[in-house]
Structures are given as C-alpha cells and as structure tokens.
Design a protein around this ligand. Structure first.
Ligand code: SF4
Ligand code: SF4
Length: 170
C-alpha cells in the first residue's frame, strides 16, 4: 500500500473480526461493569430522611447565651466583632437601667447584635474571643433563604430561649 504521509511507520488498520463487528464483547464488558456497581456500597444517603451524625467539631449557627438566672450574658464589649476576620458582626451597646437588671447580667448590654451569615465563615474566632462565654457556634445549620437581608440575623434569632433552671435540675 502506498503511504499517504512521509512518516516512516505506517499504521495499518486491522479489519474487524465477526465478534468485534457485532460489538458483542464490548456490550458484555459494559454490562458487567454496570452489574458490578449494583452490588457496591452506595456512597450517598437519602437526605433528608436519612441524616449523618455531625462531627464533634461542627460549627453551626451562633447562639447568644443566658446565665443561670436567664439574663443575657453579652456585655457588648465588642471583642467578638474585633476578632471577626469577615467583619460579619455589628452591635450597638446600651446601658442597663434599674428595671432591666433581670434581663441583662451587666451594666452594659447589646441593644442590637447582628451577624451577617453570608459573610460569616464559621471560623469560631468570636467564640474564642468572648470573655463572658456569651457566644457559641452550637446551633443548627444556617438555612437557605431568598433575600440577602434575611441572612442578617438579629437578637431574635441569636439569643437562646429562656429556660427554667429548676426543670433542668429535676
Ligand atoms: S464565626 Fe468567624 S466569621 Fe463568623 S462571626 Fe464568628 S468570627 Fe466572624
Ligand atoms: S458576645 Fe462576648 S465578645 Fe461579643 S460583645 Fe458580647 S460579651 Fe463581648
């Protein structure tokens, strides 16, 4: 056969035999691969019916804690906001009045405390920085939403609900 190029080695295409022409071995090989996958352990789960346990180190939504008398622990010192690398925390401090002593633990408290969950990277530095043990990332996942403004969580979502200490001990 006359070569079409100036390459030294000319590759010749072997004519296909009967089995190759009907693609039989290739079909059997493909089916055997598919069958093997039927008996393999499935790596995925049927979420949300099935759920995997969280890691011990999981960091979820922040919660602002109360003391044993149900008063908010946060004193609006601002250390969490200062330590936040994503600048996700904003707050406005206010002075506690005599009538509010049962609500806030110290003279100063956060009248407004907001975390922008779209900025937060869940690094946990705010938790580490807090000298009052007032903020922990021990909540659930931050859920999906439609509007950006709905990802700015205020005290209504962050402060933990009041609990009855007497019920806890019983
Ligand atoms: S977890 Fe990290 S990024 Fe999120 S608010 Fe706290 S310090 Fe900022
Ligand atoms: S959560 Fe802690 S660090 Fe942040 S303002 Fe309140 S007391 Fe200060």
């Amino acid at each position: 056969m006359q070569p079409l190029s100036n390459r030294k080695k000319v590759l010749e295409q072997k004519p296909m035999n009967f089995m190759e022409r009907i693609y039989f071995p290739a079909i059997i090989k493909g089916l055997s691969i598919t069958l093997r996958h039927f008996f393999k352990k499935i790596p995925t789960i049927k979420y949300p019916e099935q759920q995997r346990p969280y890691s011990k180190n999981f960091r979820g939504q922040h919660s602002l804690k109360r003391d044993e008398e149900g008063r908010e622990r946060c004193t609006a010192c601002g250390l969490c906001a200062l330590s936040c690398p994503a600048e996700a925390i904003t707050m406005i401090a206010a002075e506690r009045t005599k009538e509010e002593e049962h609500l806030y633990r110290e003279e100063k408290y956060a009248a407004v405390y907001e975390i922008n969950m779209l900025r937060c990277i869940f690094c946990g530095l705010c938790e580490e920085a807090c000298p009052k043990e007032a903020i922990y990332l021990d909540g659930p996942h931050v859920t999906a939403d439609y509007l950006r403004k709905d990802f700015i969580y205020g005290k209504d979502k962050l402060v933990e609900p009041k609990f009855d200490i007497t019920k806890l001990n019983s």
